[in-house]
Design a protein around this ligand. Sequence first.
Ligand code: NAP
Length: 241
Amino acid sequence: MTRILLLGGTGDALQIARQLGPEHVYSLAGLGKVPTDLACAVRVGGFGGPKGLADYLRAEGIGLLVDATHPYAAQISANAASACATAGIPCWRVRRSPWQPQADDDWRVVDDWAGIVAALASFHRPLFTLGREALTYLDEVPAHQFWIVRCLDAHAGSARARVMDARGPFTVDGEHRLFDEHRIDVVVSKNSGGKATEAKLKVARALGLPVVMLRRPTLAAVDREFDGPADLLGTLRSELP
Ligand code: NAP
């Protein structure tokens, strides 16, 4: 029996975790909800860098690490690749394909927060959908802007920003209402891929609004990559019955 450590914190990872038996371990950073209805073991919190993770892999007799963290969680993915090399076990990754711009899309692809700020300069009412990152900058909202920040955190906002705690999936109708109500003129997004948060892109396209898209980080090389949970679970069933 090969014991699996699944690194998660995404909907895809949870889907995989639901199929794992009690000998396997699902690991979460501890920022969001911790599921209590899984057959596999659940552990919460960091490992203490790549060395801590390598020590954990050895101590727990892990034979395969599956990294199903978010495509923008680059640190834990780097730690996973390095720790697996140290421990001498394979590192597999599950990553949703990125969204691709369509003919009517106006994407402005940027590399970092400075790029986001520059790309937003001529707009007034951006919708931020990056997660909690924008909360760090609420004191820096330019005088001509009012920000709508959607993330998983409850936050009072400020005179120049409204923070909405909301968890996907989001619908096209719901996003239309949100854009109308807040007179959104630009969307700020990660290229997360998948269906759950794609509606904002469809609405931006329909309304002719630009999307400031934060580029995906380049991740460390791994032994095998899978497009989604079904792809990975199929391989686990056939190769690790
Ligand atoms: P990160 O910057 O890549 O990782 C920061 C540190 O958090 C890691 O070095 C590790 O601590 C710990 N960590 C991260 N994921 C972990 C996991 N699954 N199990 C145990 N420890 C973990 O990660 P992040 O971008 O802050 O994301 C944190 C978590 O939220 C990830 O699990 C990710 O899947 C999820 N998430 C992230 C995003 C996003 O946009 N970044 C969006 C949705 C969900 P140690 O070094 O101490 O081991």
